[in-house]
Design a protein around this ligand. Structure first.
Ligand SMILES: Nc1nc2c(ncn2[C@@H]2O[C@H](COP(=O)(O)OP(=O)(O)OP(=O)(O)O)[C@@H](O)[C@H]2O)c(=O)[nH]1
Ligand SMILES: [Mg+2]
Length: 267
């Protein structure tokens, strides 16, 4: 994580002070950090005597961590995002985490669109020993979510995790479908999953899905060298990051910690 940015920031901080701002601007842009965020960071360090400290504090100020506040029963979490970002895998990781906290969980297989999605989710649920509410391929995903919530209420379960199919925000039909799922399920939390390695695209997705999402899981942080999405997304979209996905195993889910990011960057 952050290999590129860490190395480059170190190099910039060794330059004569007068050259640093210009060089840092290039480095931050190259790392896929959004223009507005780069502006903010550069303006802050220009005026500072201790630029390393200023950069540390400015980055800390950009990063907003989210935390589950499980106050309702069942607590319903909806996972959304474009194709292949890691919705299903990270739903399974969240299930694993909550199961360790002794929460009783049910999963809704509301991706009825992609062939094999229900099987993929079924495998996870089997491994995690969590019930899966499903319907055949092509069924109404909102109905599946509704069934899962009814099941949770009847069995007095704590958590409902709803998987959805990947969709682009420009696909009006699929966005309508997602709005229906959201209306029917009325989730306590809607997490947009984005792929860290896509940099600015991840931030664009955050803005496109803004009216549906409450916060983010930034996946594939383990294979992201640049860190642009992680650093920009909560500032630009004004929403917290709940977790970073850091691999393909169930334990590869980190609660988002701004302090840890600062350590990773060696600031
Ligand atoms: N390295 C790494 N790989 C990940 C992470 N999260 C997901 N993946 C991988 O990314 C691929 C896609 O993950 P899925 O969970 O199927 O993504 P999805 O968003 O559900 O995909 P669709 O349902 O097809 O839209 C899989 O190969 C996952 O193992 C992560 O944090 N790190
Ligand atoms: Mg999926």
């Amino acid at each position: 994580m952050f290999g590129f940015l860490k190395k480059k920031i170190k190099e910039v901080l060794k330059l004569p002070k007068k050259d640093r701002a210009k060089e840092l601007e290039l480095v931050l842009l190259e790392a896929g950090i959004s223009f507005d965020v780069v502006d903010e960071l550069i303006n802050n360090i220009k005026e500072s005597d201790d630029q390393k400290k200023s950069l540390r504090q400015s980055i800390l100020d950009l990063l907003v961590p989210g935390k589950f506040e499980i106050k309702t029963k069942p607590y319903v979490i909806l996972f959304i995002g474009i194709n292949g970002v890691g919705k299903t895998t990270n739903l399974a990781k969240v299930a694993h985490l909550l199961k360790k906290q002794r929460k009783k969980i049910v999963v809704a297989g509301s991706d009825t669109f992609r062939a094999a999605a229900i099987e993929q989710l079924g495998e996870h649920c089997k491994k995690l020993k969590i019930p899966l509410i499903k319907q055949p391929y092509g069924a109404d995903p909102a109905a599946v979510a509704y069934d899962a919530i009814s099941h949770a209420k009847a069995k007095k379960l704590d958590i409902v995790l709803i998987d959805t199919s990947g969709r682009l925000h420009v696909d009006a039909g699929l966005m309508k479908e997602l709005e229906k799922i959201k209306k029917v399920a009325n989730p306590d939390l809607t997490l947009l999953v984005v792929d860290a390695t896509t940099g600015n695209d991840a931030v664009e997705q955050a803005l496109a899905f803004d009216y549906l999402a409450d916060g983010f899981i930034v996946s594939k942080a383990d294979v992201d060298e640049r860190g642009g999405a992680i650093i920009s997304i909560s500032f630009i979209a004004e929403k917290p990051i709940y977790f970073l996905g850091t691999g393909q195993k169930y334990q590869d889910l980190e609660e988002f910690s701004p302090e840890k990011i600062i350590k990773e960057l060696d600031l």
